[in-house]
Write a protein that binds this ligand. Structure first.
Ligand SMILES: *[C@@H]1O[C@H](CO)[C@@H](O)[C@H](O)[C@H]1NC(C)=O
Ligand SMILES: *[C@@H]1O[C@H](CO)[C@@H](O)[C@H](O)[C@H]1NC(C)=O
Length: 294
């Protein structure tokens, strides 16, 4: 009797637990990766980070860099507004990614500087208003911190100021892309606020904590450290979408699904995987290949 009653519940729990993750992707740094709208309508992704706002802070005029997609300086990126709205209407969250490993220049010089940058982001990409919104009227879902330069000073203030705008209506999501060695050299101050929603950890270009052929131990060790050290809603395994997408750290799809995911997807706060980047994902069909196991 008890068994008959419990079995369907157990099966339901297994089914629900077996496909619980989702996929985040970076879009914007390769003009040959297809449109933002097509990325979203592929049905592969739950989160798209528009990459990158390469210059900001320290009194500088912010610069958006979307490679060959459009030219923010002449206003042609405002055409992305309908793409962003189409993504959102399909349930895909769209965020603006700050920083990157690029030729830009970013740093914060004080808490006041952080407040100015937060105000700029609110007015130009979120729920505020400005006569010069680079992506037009679409209201993004949040801000991603891909900070790979600076010592991280005042990025905790920036996160706190951005979060305060959530009280004006639509929640401002905060996400971050730290490197897998813990603690991250550039994002630790921000992450210690404990207010980030999603953390997509870069398990590539980082031999001490990434997958190495034949061993998942360094990766799973770093994963445990991250989830036990940082307060966030969900954590994602950040991966190169093809062998060419990063200097090291590529995990063949069959290894990901047979060894790596089974070792981490049972952990509390497992959110799924993050792909660098949409371009390499199109080339290598990685997300489509692994999605049913994520
Ligand atoms: C794991 O990382 C350590 C350095 O922290 C390195 O010496 C070791 O070779 C790595 N393990 C593998 C299997 O690559
Ligand atoms: C990508 O992978 C999916 C799932 O395995 C498959 O259905 C599809 O045909 C593949 N697409 C290409 C272009 O190889």
């Amino acid at each position: 009797m008890a068994t008959n009653f419990l079995l369907p519940l157990l099966l339901l729990a297994l089914i629900a637990g077996s496909n619980a993750g989702s996929i985040a992707v970076y879009w914007g740094q390769n003009g040959n990766e297809g449109t933002l709208a097509d990325s979203c309508s592929s049905g592969l992704y739950s989160y798209v980070n528009i990459a990158f706002l390469t210059t900001f802070g320290n009194g500088q005029t912010p610069v958006l860099n979307l490679a060959g997609h459009c030219d923010p300086a002449t206003g042609t990126c405002t055409g992305l507004t309908s793409d962003i709205q189409s993504c959102q209407s399909q349930g895909v969250m769209v965020l603006l990614s700050l920083g990157g490993d690029s030729a830009g220049s970013y740093s914060l010089s004080s808490a006041d500087d952080a407040q100015n940058v937060a105000n700029y982001l609110w007015d130009n990409f979120l729920g505020g208003s400005s006569s010069s919104r680079p992506l037009g009227d679409a209201v993004l879902d949040g801000i991603d911190f891909d900070i790979e330069a600076t010592n991280g000073d005042f990025f905790d203030d920036l996160a706190e100021y951005l979060a305060q705008f959530s009280s004006q209506g639509k929640k401002v999501y905060l996400t971050a892309a730290p490197q897998c060695p813990y603690p991250d050299a550039h994002l630790n101050t921000a992450l210690q606020t404990g207010i980030f929603d999603y953390v997509w950890i870069q398990f590539y270009n980082n031999p001490p904590c990434q997958y190495s052929p034949g061993s998942i131990d360094n990766l799973t060790g770093a994963w445990s450290t991250w989830i036990s050290s940082v307060t966030a809603t969900k954590f994602f395994l950040g991966l190169p979408a093809s062998p060419d997408a990063a200097g090291s750290g590529y995990i063949p799809p069959d290894v990901l699904t047979s060894q790596v995911l089974p070792a981490i997807e049972g952990t509390a706060k497992y959110g799924g995987i993050m792909m660098w980047s949409r371009y390499y994902d199109v080339v290598n069909n990685y997300s489509a290949t692994v999605k049913s196991s994520v």
